[in-house]
Write a protein that binds this ligand. Sequence first.
Ligand code: URA
Length: 225
Amino acid sequence: MKQRLQKILAQAGIASRRKSEELIAKGRVTVNGLIASLGQSADPEKDIIKVNERQITLEKKVYIKLYKPAGFVSTVEESHGMPTIMDLVKSSYKIFPVGRLDKDTEGLMLLTNDGELANKIMHPRYGIEKEYIVRLNKIFQPIKKKVVVEGKEVNAKISPRENPYELLIKIKEGRKHIVKKYFEQIGYKVCYLKRISIGPLVLSGVKKGTWGYLTSKEKQLLLKL
Ligand code: URA
């Protein structure tokens, strides 16, 4: 099926759609040996598409959810002998995690080889909300002032849990250590952190330390984003 070239490149994980358009405009993309132009379509199953003279391949897209336990580093590369999430997930596809969790954080991680979806989930423009359970070092007192982390205001929705030391926090940001920094900024220490959702995807159906492929319903919800 014919599709816009920038969409095909994004699906192949080459770059975002916008960056792919730049590659096309710079003449770095060819279709069947001819330099492609912006707006051009191609059929990834029939046409030979090359970027910087290298042919792109479109793998089947896989979507995996993992319940990461604490103690695992969320990278695909070796990590100085420390256990990584790739010790937990066995896949022959070139999957990567969509966003990171700290080594001591547990909970939901999405792994995929769909570069376009990953970009969408991580890009602040789309404002995809992630939800966490947090346990603090002391009982939380609601605040009215703005919370600024490293010069930028952080918008978070906080709601109580039954345990007075625990809260639910919904946050759109993806900055490193953002939840810990948020609470540090207002005088609390995060003692425990668990991610329970990424947009419409929730942590259910997988036990701690295990993973599974998304159901077609879960996939549909994510791909609609
Ligand atoms: N915020 C943090 O501080 N740590 C995480 O692992 C995720 C969000």
